[in-house]
Ligand binder design. Sequence first.
Ligand SMILES: *[C@@H]1O[C@H](CO)[C@@H](O)[C@H](O)[C@H]1NC(C)=O
Ligand SMILES: *[C@@H]1O[C@H](CO)[C@@H](O)[C@H](O)[C@H]1NC(C)=O
Ligand SMILES: *[C@@H]1O[C@H](CO)[C@@H](O)[C@H](O)[C@H]1NC(C)=O
Length: 407
Amino acid sequence: ILSLAGEELLLLAELKPGRPHQFDWKSSCETWSIAFSPDGSWFAWSQGHCIIKLIPWPLEEQFIPKGFEAKNRSSKNETKGQGSPKEKMLDCGQIVWGVAFSPWPSPPSKRLWAHHHPQVPDISCLVLATGLNDGQIKIWEVQTGLLLLNLSGHQDVVRDLSFTPSGSLILVSASRDKTLRIWDLNKHSKQIQVLLGHLQWVYCCSISPDCSMLCSAAEEKSVFLWSMRSYTLIRKLEGHQSNVVSCDFSPNSALLVTASYDTNVIMWDPYTRERLRSLHHTQVDPAMDDSDVHVSSLRSVCFSPEGLYLATVADDRLLRIWALELKTPIAFAPVTNGLCCCTFFPHGGVIATEIRDGHVQFWTAPRVLSSLKHLCRKALRSFLTTYQVLHPHIQDFLSNATACVSL
Ligand SMILES: *[C@@H]1O[C@H](CO)[C@@H](O)[C@H](O)[C@H]1NC(C)=O
Ligand SMILES: *[C@@H]1O[C@H](CO)[C@@H](O)[C@H](O)[C@H]1NC(C)=O
Ligand SMILES: *[C@@H]1O[C@H](CO)[C@@H](O)[C@H](O)[C@H]1NC(C)=O
């Protein structure tokens, strides 16, 4: 690999779809998605064939291996001790495109449950939403694997889902019907708003951690920012040269990153539309020099939970980790097949990626961490000389970041 400085990430574990042969015909039109629950106790894996697997986390007792040797784990039924959470299979009946977890505070859930499932004594505390090929959204109770609710309204594939991080049970869905819809699961799962404005299929949506803003991107170059208070368009962000496929807010909501087929990630100040930084994904493997293919088209971008790093996955089969202030990746992992998404474990230390054949890989970078801290200290010092640091949001970000780095 040329010009790819940085450390190589280590493969920690792998999930392999145990594919029933009779369903092979479906796999070509499957799109994959993964998510960790906000409390880090569950991992949801769209493994193909309309099936979501809910896996308790950590994967195994000896999850963090001593030697960090590559490990795989079959997706077969694993027997665990009595009382510990067990793997669940959710049959969604439709191809699954998006998944999102939310905590479900007990009082409303108790009432809803008492109504729908009087036979189940336990209190629900975590739900999973699944966005389906037929435009439906299904809400599942994680502990039991029970289907709680069906949300109908979209006229086409529900491509992405995002819950308010506050646990207020407001769900946003993004669809190929060119709309986003806002659902309130407290109020009998009422659809409370339809967001119109995109002219093409909506690919992704992300709610800021402070629950004030919603970012959406479609098969278009513009990124849309919406108010989560009034559910109206605040502004459009212009800068990408091709379709935008992924977006994520920093943990303090001060920064927004968007990833595009144009091979760039742009970091924005969502309040001013200012483009703070652009991360260009240059092709690094000459063996993949195929001018017909946009080998560095991006698929996914996400912030690390402490907000210091970004992970990106691109069509050149690399997972890259970036320190916010550096222009080249500081760590990477080569993957054997096309990647479609990445997500950090909410307490840090692990990144999950899903490959286009349904495999999930978990990466860890223990050796990188000390040098990451070092690089960030350096980067932050140089960053302090720019005028941008005077911006209150950057001030806020820097104080958080510096606090993290000095840990
Ligand atoms: C791990 O994967 C290899 C090949 O990918 C396979 O031969 C081996 O049996 C797997 N081990 C376990 C424990 O599943
Ligand atoms: C799956 O696990 C359960 C216990 O959790 C066990 O009763 C069942 O027989 C297992 N099924 C298979 C196919 O191993
Ligand atoms: C949801 O819809 C399915 C059919 O698509 C139906 O079987 C199920 O009972 C519904 N569940 C609820 C909770 O409404």
